[in-house]
Design a protein around this ligand. Structure first.
Ligand code: PBG
Length: 328
């Protein structure tokens, strides 16, 4: 691979000036690489700040046009919708997930009616925003029930597809849900509805601020270690991905992001399919707070995003996506 040697060979020659560096750069980011998560809340005319996430807000539906307009204008291909559910609407089964008038359903309809196919909509398939115990599935005698949860997830998927959701993103980590959801979608003729599987989703400490944003933080009983992956493992991620691809996933996601670049890289190398990375809430708040405290320069954001691309990610979900023009 190395053909010469010092002093005739000097790698610094290719870095001698800005134009020379641009000429040989291996990775490039554009707005098309980013997905913007949007938090929704009930009510009117609210842009509500979130304590644990600087510069991130919850929006009421009447404000959503403003957020989507900006996303389209910046060239983002897709947004991801997340609901903050009022406590009184939560129960042990997450019933609100199947309410066709819930925040997510209303938001999808609103966006699709106004913007048609100008921007993609992605929605989580999981029960945690709706359960009184904060878990992604049905909790019984201290256990999360797999197969019973899938039956609800299938209904949630069909409902969201019916409303016009483009990309369903099961983030629950139940075994076998991708195949069952795909089958149910096809049976109802939702053949074009894509599935983005949160295939390698770790039981992570980096999700704290998100749980605050969707109002499940103080509700969560115990942890999610019996369904989300152990962060000590990487072979297991490849098995999860292999199964989800077999079951019909169109794209897979690795989550969290920056501490898991090794996982992104091995999945990309092994499976050659679209891999998305999620720069999660804890990563976002750590970076943002450090910038605010002037511990680091704001260019750290760009550097962190390029790292995802270098590892092999096709796209990145990040709370910085609404400011991507300035960052790039
Ligand atoms: C819910 C879900 C979570 C995130 C996305 N979907 C939290 C969790 O699994 O507890 C985390 C996103 C973030 O931290 O930014 N299934």
């Amino acid at each position: 691979m190395i053909t010469g040697k010092y002093p005739s060979l000097r790698l610094r020659r290719n870095r001698k000036s800005n134009w020379a560096r641009r000429l040989v750069e291996e990775n490039y980011l554009s707005a098309s690489d980013f997905i913007l998560p949007i938090f929704l809340i009930n009510g009117k005319n609210k842009k509500q700040s979130i304590n644990s996430m600087p510069d991130v807000y919850r929006y009421t539906l009447d404000k959503i046009g403003y957020v989507i307009d900006k996303a389209i204008q910046k060239g983002l291909p897709m947004v991801a919708l997340f609901p903050y559910t009022q406590q009184i609407k939560k129960d042990t089964f997450g019933t609100e997930a199947l309410n066709e008038n819930n925040l997510i359903c209303k938001a999808i309809q609103l966006i699709k009616k106004k913007y048609k196919n100008e921007i993609g909509i992605m929605c989580d398939v999981a029960l945690d925003p709706y359960t009184s115990h904060g878990h992604d599935g049905i909790l019984k005698f201290g256990k999360i029930l797999n197969d019973e949860t899938i039956e609800i997830l299938i209904k949630q998927s069909l409902l969201q597809a019916e409303m016009g959701c483009d990309v369903l993103a099961p983030s629950d980590m139940m075994d076998g849900r991708i195949g069952k959801i795909r089958k149910a979608l096809d049976k109802k003729n939702f053949k074009d509805t894509q599935i983005l599987s949160y295939a390698a989703k770790y039981a992570s400490n980096f999700y704290g601020p998100f749980r605050d944003a969707v109002g499940s933080k103080n509700l969560l009983k115990g942890n999610k270690k019996t369904y989300q992956m152990d962060f000590k493992n990487s072979d297991e991620a490849l098995r999860e991905v292999a199964l989800d691809i077999k079951e019909g996933a169109d794209m897979v996601m690795v989550k969290p992001g920056l501490p898991y670049l090794d996982i992104i890289k091995s999945i990309k190398e092994k499976f050659k399919i679209p891999v998305l990375a999620y720069q999660v809430s804890g990563e976002y708040s750590l970076l943002s707070n450090s910038i605010k405290k002037r511990l680091v320069n704001k260019d750290i954001i760009f550097e962190s995003l390029v790292a995802f691309k270098r590892a092999g990610a096709n796209a990145i979900i990040t709370y910085y996506a609404d400011r991507i023009d300035k960052i790039l």
